[in-house]
Write a protein that binds this ligand. Structure first.
Ligand SMILES: Cc1cc2nc3c(=O)[nH]c(=O)nc-3n(C[C@H](O)[C@H](O)[C@H](O)COP(=O)(O)OP(=O)(O)OC[C@H]3O[C@@H](n4cnc5c(N)ncnc54)[C@H](O)[C@@H]3O)c2cc1C
Length: 498
């Protein structure tokens, strides 16, 4: 029988995972990536002995990664070394409070007792809520295809969900579980893992802190990009054709079914099926539609008001050791509601941003010269296409360093050896993400959080979607789950299996 051809538009994590899965089920796979390297937002920058991950700095749910290697007939441990993050992170607050968050329960409960004894119970209840949401979403959301009707098991799980919190507002749910203001701010941060505000997200996102606590946070030795390098090597070994610097400009179709793609240089690639790994919101233009594709969950809004957060990122190589830093530290702003109001309502970079600093060379000395540190410094920024002027970049930089300096971060400016800056516009340009939104649409309101663009186009046969802008959403493990769901749909609809 003739081998069926699939073209994958984009070589991000979702695209590579789909390529591996489809190659494993007998498809002839071509990946077209417009960038110079595969990985998409999970990417790398190397300079003068410093190696930076430009995107993710922490992964969770390692079992999902292990599963992908297994599908490719291999084992994760043969390719990469996962290192558990113990502790998970240090937290520094504007009032001078600081403590360490760890997945060692006895140590963490001792910290909680010191901060606010009543919050010990609140934390355990909050984790229980997350665990119930996880059990439910595993059946209905994370692993199931959105076109499937829920089964009796899922409905039974739904009946046991504490609805008062499960369907309420995220921040109010955090406030109902924690009395201590620092703990409230800590747990309010989790919706930013999917580019959203705690004040507008549904409480169902309480599944995120649970997943991190239960499955742990993990680093990959040599940097997270080692994962992409291993998956690309596996793909090549499975005869996946990988084309870099290759932008797909058009999806060819007759209104009912896809037939191939047209590349920016005019080349036509024929295909029996297509998988879109770029942002789902850009598909309409590629289909030749004025608006984006009408999918079964309705139109995906193209307005930036519906987009998830973008980021202002500084990659900094420092020429001295910083033993006072942990692998991960969060330096919180003084006024969290104001920060999110500036991000989502005023749509501007906050006056006093919360700063996330990852210093992976603190635990992995392969990432920096022996007398240096590799720092990834990130603040949330609104998604838009506005060009940041030099003055705006400098202003954002000043605000970042002002917050860090007020929070007791060491003075590093005179020891910076290499540095690079990412603005929302650069994220938008380099990965073709409208507005530089890292996670597609935001998760405000439970409909948006749970009814994301589906993995199969509702109108055009043979067109599928994978990655953070589609179901089930952004973040590395979720993107891998998305690849699994998409490939199951392809097996069902293209090969009549499943
Ligand atoms: C600064 C930052 C920090 C992050 N931190 C974390 C973290 O700590 N933990 C975590 O789990 N996640 C994190 N993420 C999110 C994570 O990186 C993403 O959710 C995930 O990598 C997205 O993968 P994807 O396959 O959906 O899309 P992408 O990585 O965006 O890949 C899509 C690819 O498609 C290509 N493409 C688009 N259109 C076309 C076209 N027309 N033709 C050809 N190619 C095209 C793009 O160039 C891109 O390479 C972070 C992201 C960023 C940017």
């Amino acid at each position: 029988m003739k081998q069926k051809k699939v073209v994958i538009i984009g070589g991000g994590l979702g695209g590579i995972a789909a390529a591996l899965r489809l190659a494993a089920t007998g498809w002839q796979v071509t990946v077209c990536e417009q960038g110079a390297r595969l990985g998409g937002k999970m990417n790398v920058w190397e300079c003068d002995g410093f190696r930076f991950d430009t995107g993710p700095s922490l992964i969770t749910m390692p079992l999902v990664f292990e599963e992908l290697f297994k599908v490719a007939g291999s084992a994760l441990a043969e390719h990469i070394e996962l290192a558990p993050m113990r502790p998970l992170s240090d937290y520094v607050f504007a009032d001078g409070t600081r403590f360490t968050y760890t997945s060692s329960l006895p140590e963490w409960l001792a910290t909680l007792r010191e901060l606010e004894p009543r919050d010990v119970d609140g934390f355990l209840r909050f984790m229980r809520l997350g665990a119930r949401l996880y059990a439910l979403s595993k059946e209905t959301f994370l692993r199931r295809r959105p076109v499937d009707a829920p089964d009796m098991k899922s409905l039974r799980a739904l009946r046991h969900l504490p609805l008062r919190y499960g369907w309420g507002n995220y921040h109010r749910t955090v406030a109902a579980h924690f009395k201590n203001p620092s703990l409230r701010q800590l747990f309010d941060r989790y919706p930013t893992y999917v580019g959203s505000s705690p004040y507008a997200s549904p409480a169902t996102l309480a599944v995120i802190p649970y997943i991190e606590y239960a499955f742990g946070g993990w680093h990959i030795k040599g940097g997270l990009y080692r994962l992409v390098e291993s998956l690309v090597a596996l793909s090549r070994a499975m005869n996946v054709e990988i084309l870099t610097d290759t932008r797909v400009e058009r999806i060819e179709h007759d209104g009912k079914r896809v037939s191939g793609v047209r590349l920016a240089d005019g080349t036509r690639l024929e295909a029996d099926a297509l998988v879109m790994n770029g942002d789902a919101a850009t598909t309409g233009a590629m289909l030749g539609q004025q608006k984006i594709s009408q999918t079964s969950s309705g139109k995906i809004s193209q307005t930036y008001s519906a987009r998830s957060l973008s980021g202002f990122v500084m990659l900094v190589g420092v020429g001295r050791k910083l033993p006072q830093l942990s692998h991960h530290t969060i330096y919180f702003s003084r006024d969290y509601p104001r920060e999110f109001s500036q991000l989502f309502n005023e749509r501007r970079f906050p006056d006093d941003p919360t700063i996330y600093v990852s210093a992976p060379s603190r635990t992995d000395d392969s990432l920096a010269p022996s007398n240096g540190e590799t720092l990834f410094i990130m603040a949330n920024a609104p998604a838009n296409d506005e060009t940041w002027t030099e003055r705006q970049i400098e202003q954002a930089r000043e605000r970042v360093f002002e917050r860090l300096s007020k929070s007791g971060f060491p003075e590093i400016e005179s020891d910076i050896i290499v540095s690079d800056v990412w603005t929302p516009q650069r994220i938008a340009r380099d990965y073709l993400m409208p507005g530089g939104a890292i996670y597609g649409t935001h998760s405000h309101g439970w409909r948006r959080a749970f009814l994301r663009p589906p993995n199969k186009d509702a109108n055009i046969g043979g067109l599928y979607y994978v990655g953070g802008s589609t179901h089930p959403g952004g973040g590395t493990p979720t993107v891998l789950l998305s690849a699994k769901i998409t490939c199951e749909l392809i097996e069902r609809y293209e090969n009549g299996k499943g």
